[in-house]
Design a protein around this ligand. Structure first.
Ligand SMILES: [Zn+2]
Ligand SMILES: [Zn+2]
Length: 341
């Protein structure tokens, strides 16, 4: 089968590798019909994480089940499914909360060197009953892909920001996750949502959803809009030193900073004293993917949560190198790319 591989920063290829075997009696193999490139895939591409050996990339996929182990009960061969980007054992106390991050065996992420990459023709999925969801009626391919990671992450980032009814929110970073966070914050009852990104076209995309576009630096405008108090809730969908510092500056005393952006491996210079005396709550997470599905799916089906416009391009898997270059350019017109094997 063909799979997208990164050998060194910036060096993407589409390699042929042996078809994956069934990963145990509770596993399944999925033939990927569409995968997506995520902002967090860029950490390998841009050299933030070491690459001692080539890594098969991708953690966002939908496809058709082509093989199941004897213990699989929830899906059958032929089912159209979406795959949680984060994988848990499905059997432990942590997985019982339906948040794979808390799996006692240690959560695993597809396409990070732990499991196979989703940007491929075939994907081996352990604990298939936990990781796979039959694509519900009224959910299209793009929506299903967003339910593997980005929409869930944006939604969870907003939930964990403890947005008070009508409260002022700041969202840093308007890539796919940030744009999902903007829409989630509004759906969860935010008042004014400041959408911060250096790229004007990305701010315009957030404005279309009802946010107030704001070019960085954000602090002055946020303070002015809140009578000098700061925002009740801040969501950082970038996760670098600059945005985390800005997030902690923009939040009001007693407010919450919710980080869903993925930091590099370096320590962050945390303003501990200032955060303490201002009683700031800091939360950081990857998304509790499986847990949010029952909440998000009806909102999408009923049209209350619109995810249109997040995917901007569709390309062939064979053109993955061009697709990665386009995503890494972080332009206004390219937010998220679907890859078709
Ligand atoms: Zn992702
Ligand atoms: Zn587990």
């Amino acid at each position: 089968m063909r799979t997208v591989v990164i050998e060194a920063p910036g060096k993407i290829s589409v390699d042929t590798r042996p078809d994956p075997a069934l990963p145990g009696p509770d596993g399944a193999v999925v033939q990927v019909t569409t995968a997506a490139i995520c902002g967090s895939d860029l950490h390998f591409y841009e050299g933030d994480y070491p690459l001692p050996e080539p890594v098969a990339l991708g953690h966002e996929a939908v496809g058709t089940v082509v093989e199941t182990g004897p213990e699989v009960r929830g899906v059958d061969v032929g089912d159209l499914v979406l795959v949680s980007s984060v994988s848990g054992c499905g059997r432990c106390e942590g997985c019982a909360t339906r948040d794979p991050v808390t799996c006692l065996s240690g959560p695993q992420i597809f396409g990070s060197g732990m499991l196979g990459g989703a940007q491929a023709e075939l994907l081996a999925v352990p604990a298939a009953d936990f990781q796979l969801l039959k694509i519900p009626e009224g959910i299209d391919t793009e929506e299903a892909l967003l339910l593997t990671d980005n929409l869930v992450t944006g939604w969870a980032g907003a939930r964990r920001a403890d947005i008070p009814p009508g409260g002022t929110v700041v969202v840093f970073g308007l890539g796919a996750v940030g744009l999902c966070a903007v829409r989630s914050a509004i759906a969860q009852g935010a008042g004014q949502v400041f959408a911060v990104d250096p790229v004007e076209g990305r701010r315009e995309r957030a404005a279309v959803c009802g946010a107030t576009p704001l070019a960085p630096p954000a602090l002055g405008t946020v303070m002015e809009a809140t009578g000098g108090r700061g925002a009740a809730a801040v969501i950082d969908a970038v996760g670098n030193d600059a945005t985390m510092t800005d997030a902690l500056s923009c939040v009001r005393a007693g407010g919450t900073v919710s980080v869903v952006g993925v930091h590099d491996l370096n320590p962050f210079p945390f303003p501990a004293l200032l955060s303490l005396v201002r009683s700031v709550t800091l939360r950081m997470t990857t998304a509790p993917i499986q847990r949010t599905w029952p909440e998000l799916i009806p909102l999408i089906q009923s049209g209350r949560l619109d995810t249109s416009g997040i995917f901007t391009h569709s390309m062939a898997l064979a053109d993955a190198a061009d697709a990665y270059a386009a995503v890494a350019a972080r332009t206004a017109d390219c937010i998220k790319i679907a890859l078709t094997p």
